[in-house]
Design a binder for this molecule. Structure first.
Ligand SMILES: [Mg+2]
Length: 242
């Protein structure tokens, strides 16, 4: 999709006003599927060795399916996946008639594994270059902690949905970041893979919205289009340079 319909002068004005860049994390800087798959496997094996009534009759996949169903039913915790996962572990304990005193240890195991991400090939080099000229901000609806990943050194600030009590497209995370940076919305360029979360959210605060479309998806026509669409992060420097 070609959404960059601005004239070059407009584009120049818009890029000169960009003072900070925010990034979604999961499926923007790394693929999240393999990370969760590995964390689930570690947790399953850990539980199976210590609390076998929990994993009895389950595969990793069937337990994960139960987890997703649990998550789906808990509207109150959608913005806080760490609390959600702890609640799920407590439910598993109760069902299998174990005390739930292992929940923190089990959660910590999962959480550590969840931070062991493998950035997409171009990410480290692009962020290295961008961080020289712009503060970089991590904005996530999930429980990745950029400070615990191999990309930590590039980031000036991290805000999560759990920090502010609401996930994108709610503007709360953007507002928190902008307040910290002392910038208006239009000074921010936000990059993310989810039209409904990242692009809609960025637009609500007047930020520039870059849709990262790594898998050649079709833009959902019911949503207003992004300012730019990119297949990976490499074009970002060019966008900023006008
Ligand atoms: Mg994402």
């Amino acid at each position: 999709m070609q959404t960059s319909m601005k004239t070059s002068q407009e584009a120049l004005r818009s890029t000169q006003r960009i003072k900070a860049i925010s990034f979604d994390l999961d499926d923007t800087l790394w693929a999240i599927g393999p990370v969760i798959g590995r964390a689930n496997r570690l947790l399953y094996d850990w539980l199976g060795a210590r609390y076998p009534r929990i994993t009895q009759g389950h595969t990793v996949d069937s337990l994960h399916a139960q987890c997703l169903a649990f998550f789906h039913a808990r509207d109150d915790l959608q913005h806080d996946l760490s609390s959600m996962r702890r609640a799920f572990l407590r439910t598993l304990a109760a069902r299998a008639q174990y005390a739930d005193d292992f929940v923190e240890e089990a959660f910590a195991l999962f959480y550590r594994a969840r931070q062991e991400v493998e950035p997409y090939p171009e990410v480290d080099a692009v962020l290295t270059a961008l961080a020289r000229t712009h503060p970089l901000v991590a904005l996530t609806n999930g429980n990745a902690d950029i400070r615990q990943t191999p990309l930590a050194r590039h980031f000036h600030l991290a805000v999560s949905s759990a920090d502010v009590g609401a996930g994108k497209p709610d503007p709360a995370m953007f507002h928190r970041a902008l307040a910290h940076l002392g910038l208006p919305g239009e000074a921010l360029l936000h990059v993310g893979d989810r039209p409904d979360h990242d692009i809609v959210g960025a637009r609500r605060v007047g930020a520039g919205a870059v849709w990262l479309n790594r898998h050649a998806a079709v833009w959902p026509d019911e949503l207003p289009p992004p300012d730019h669409e990119i297949p990976d992060l490499r074009p970002l420097a060019g966008l900023l340079a006008g």
